[in-house]
Design a binder for this molecule. Structure first.
Ligand code: ARG
Length: 459
């Protein structure tokens, strides 16, 4: 492509370190789309004659069909997808192919291709996250009243419902989706026509190419256009946060499916056996979702580090944006799909959950609240009385609800047997009716609200 100034080809190792075709070939559809938009604009602007435009357009479509058919030959000596497409175009349409690169550079070309790819991928991730929300909200509705222990410090804290726990993740996913959309909105400016870095002397119409590629407008500064990878960083940071959310739920699935917890059952479809221990049912998919968050986070830090020392405008360093971005966003897509599958197959075990919800003095706060509400004790005093009663029950090896009334009255004489009503886990969750609280009616209403909202999004 630049034969004019070069007497010999690159060293073997130069070719190896330089080539990106091995991974940027996936940008072929975006590259061809960008070229079609560019050449159409060159024709309309009177920069290329109509017959050249027609030839190039037909040639590009042939290249696309060869790529679709899998007959396109990607060659390392052609370095990257941009040169591979152009070189094949030359074989098909002859020297006219050389006119396609008028008023552009690979620098604005690659920035455009990457934005298109990231944009499509963000849209797909948004839809997948919505599907996971759907699966979770459906399960939440079914288990709006299924009590389970709520934890802080992974110690039994207060009873909650299984549906409430799931809806916490629906909220997280909604913020993730908001971040995908924010990233998409900021990304949606077209760098094509910034050329190498300074713009071009040809009378191009950047507004036309931007519009034909579905961008809101062209980017406003040619240097920034080719030097910017914020769109990838933002997508990766949104992806990293989403991956962390999935990882946290994955961790819970791992813990909950263990024999010691037994809170949920995971289907055979999402479980593996052990080649040596016949009793094992391993939650491999959940473990891998947990682990793969590391790759996504790694891609974000990797690209931040690539970018941080680069002077304006383009540097070849920026070619390193690709593998991490492709891998991380595809990894997140896989994790979202695996998680949606697991959630659809997940079966909570209500008896176990209920028994666990009542253990560990999880209704101690309910007792303290009762003392405040019914006897007018200051909360701190109620906390103290309750603490002593928990100590008493614990030394007898029994639950709070099994403590004789006389023992309670020895601590606080005004306690009556009405107190036992709040010591049951069902009563406990039922009383948490504050907005956002775990009362089954609340949870049911929230789950229904989400399902309605998700249905109206797709309508
Ligand atoms: N393969 C290159 C990349 O991904 C395309 C841009 C090359 N530009 C250049 N001036 N060498 O960044």
């Amino acid at each position: 492509m630049w034969g004019g100034r070069f007497a010999s080809g690159p060293a073997e190792i130069m070719e190896e370190i330089n080539a990106s075709i091995g991974f940027d070939k996936r940008l072929a559809p975006q590259d061809i789309r960008g070229s079609l938009a560019h050449v159409a604009m060159l024709g309309k602007a009177g920069i290329l004659p109509a017959e050249d435009v027609a030839k190039i357009e037909a040639g590009l479509k042939t290249v696309q069909s060869e790529i679709d058919a899998g007959t396109f030959e990607f060659r390392r000596e052609l370095e990257d997808i941009h040169m591979s497409v152009e070189s094949r175009l030359r074989e098909i349409v002859g020297p006219t192919a050389g006119r396609l690169h008028t008023a552009r550079s690979r620098n604005d070309q690659v920035a455009t291709d990457m934005r298109l790819w990231v944009r499509d991928t963000l849209d797909a991730l948004d839809a997948q996250a919505a599907d996971l929300q759907q699966a979770m909200a459906e399960l939440a509705l079914k288990h709006a009243g299924t009590v389970m222990p709520g934890f802080t410090h992974l110690q039994s804290a207060q009873p909650v419902t299984f549906g409430h726990h799931l809806l916490a993740y629906v909220e997280m996913l909604n913020r993730d989706r908001g971040r995908f959309r924010d990233a998409r909105a900021r990304l949606n400016e077209c760098p094509l026509g910034a050329a190498a870095l300074a713009g071009t002397s040809f009378p191009i119409d950047r507004h036309a190419t931007a519009a034909s590629l579905g961008f809101d407008r062209p980017t406003a500064n040619s240097l920034d256009s080719v030097a910017d990878r914020d769109f990838a960083l933002e997508a990766l940071s949104a992806a990293a946060i989403a991956a962390v959310h999935l990882s946290r739920f994955a961790e819970e699935i791992v813990v909950w499916t263990s024999a010691q917890f037994g809170f949920v059952k995971l289907s055979d479809r999402f479980t593996t056996g052990s080649s040596i221990m016949p009793q094992k049912r391993n939650p491999d998919a959940a473990e891998l979702v947990r682990a793969k968050s590391g790759r996504v986070i790694g891609a974000l830090s990797g690209l931040l580090i690539v970018m941080k020392g680069l002077p304006l405008a383009y540097s070849k360093d920026m070619q390193e944006d690709k593998e991490g971005t492709f891998d991380a966003l595809q990894t997140l897509s896989l994790c979202l799909a695996a998680m949606a599958g697991m959630v659809r197959d997940l079966e909570p075990v209500p008896d176990v959950l209920k028994a666990a919800a009542g253990s560990g003095y999880a209704t101690a706060t309910d007792l303290a609240d009762w003392l405040v509400r019914e006897l007018g004790l200051p909360f701190r005093d109620a906390h103290h009385v309750t603490g002593r009663l928990v100590g008493e029950a614990s030394s007898r090896g029994i639950g709070l609800e099994a403590l004789p009334l006389a023992v309670m009255q020895a601590e606080e004489p005004r306690i009556t047997d009405a107190v036992f009503a709040v010591l049951g886990v069902e009563n406990s969750v039922g009383s948490r009716t504050s907005y956002g609280g775990t009362a089954p009616d609340n949870v049911r209403a929230q789950a229904e609200g989400w399902l309605k909202r998700l249905a109206s999004e797709t309508a």
